[in-house]
Design a protein around this ligand. Structure first.
Ligand code: SAM
Length: 311
């Protein structure tokens, strides 16, 4: 395929290495994007069959074309990974990958409204979904705006920022990401990162229910994992990483008795498998230089040694 590939997959070699041992079965790429990870997995593991999921039609169509050489070994589904994953009938699923966040193309295309320079105010990963950043910013109550700026952006000045939005929109609707970015400069004074970074992160998380999606995907995996299944997650900020880390800790625990219990009354046999690396894998200096987006990426992997019934 000669077409320009608009997204560089992060931690590619590390991801491929994680899945060694996969021998036949289905590999689910929950965030297919532009197919970078999936095409490398299909090449490295000739016996596996790919299930590619994305909620963005544009990304899905791009990958469908990019992966035509593998069409006998791949199916594609449009939708949220939490929903599609919980309805999969294919078996056995031996590998699951999720590379969270937005793709470079979503970010770079100004009309998608993810960038600070954009004249649009959208931020939907799925362009058919109902809630966009425009509704969030122009219709949410002050309390709800405060909640998302605090919980999803961890912005200290969340109250002042919500008030700034309410004041601005009382004059006329806020129609662009550019305008929003300017508003944040009045309130958030930070050194290293652009003042709108966390502000935009918070809105994007709300628009796409990003954290709920991760929790629901983990719930679905918890209900149906098979013995030997390998799951790898790439996160890009601490809110995402915390959810994955906590769930892996839960899955690794042998004893599930209350912390205050005087003695253990469970079988001490509740662990479902093991975490592959104690510390998350991060990008090398070389990769960060080549692809600055990889700077905040963290890769965590869990290997199930039991199925969901505990055997
Ligand atoms: C970082 S990109 C993935 C890039 C991909 N690994 C590659 O190599 O090209 C994330 C992709 O996941 C998709 N996505 C994010 N959250 C999703 C969700 N809850 N359900 C389905 N797709 C999602 C986005 O639309 C985006 O295309």
């Amino acid at each position: 395929m000669k077409e320009h590939i608009p997204h560089i997959p992060v931690l590619l070699d590390e991801v491929i290495k994680n899945f060694k041992g996969m021998n036949g079965g289905y590999f689910v790429d929950c965030t297919l994007g532009y197919g970078g990870h999936s095409s490398a997995v299909l090449k490295a593991y000739p016996d596996i069959f790919l299930i590619g999921i994305d909620r963005d039609s544009e990304a899905l169509e791009f990958s469908r074309k990019r992966l035509t050489d593998f069409q006998e070994r791949a199916v594609f589904y449009k939708g949220t990974f939490s929903h599609i994953f919980s309805t999969l009938q294919e078996s056995p699923i031996v590998g699951v990958l999720a590379d969270f966040g937005v793709s470079s193309l979503q970010f770079d295309k100004l009309e998608r409204g993810f960038s600070f320079e954009s004249d649009a105010l959208d931020m939907r990963m799925d362009q058919e979904s109902k809630l966009s950043a425009y509704e969030v910013i122009n219709t949410y109550s002050q309390t709800d705006l405060e909640r998302i700026f605090k919980d999803y952006g961890e912005i200290k000045e969340y109250k002042a920022l919500a008030l700034e939005v309410i004041k601005a929109r009382s004059k006329e609707p806020i129609k662009s990401a550019k305008k929003l970015s300017e508003l944040s400069k009045n309130i958030i004074k930070r050194g290293k990162i652009h003042p709108a970074t966390l502000f935009f992160q918070a809105i994007r998380i709300e628009v796409n229910a990003e954290l709920q999606e991760i929790e629901l995907l983990l719930d679905a995996i918890e209900k149906m994992h098979t013995k030997g299944m390998i799951v790898s997650f790439i996160t890009f900020h601490s809110l995402e990483d915390r959810i994955v880390k906590n769930r892996f800790t839960k899955w690794s625990k042998a004893c599930i008795c209350d912390d205050l219990a005087l003695r253990c009354t469970c079988s001490r046999d509740n662990n479902r498998g093991k975490v592959l690396h104690k510390k998350p894998v991060i990008a090398s200096e070389k990769e960060i230089k080549m692809n600055p987006r990889s700077r905040s990426a963290k890769l965590r992997t869990f290997i199930f040694t039991k199925n969901a019934k505990g055997f």
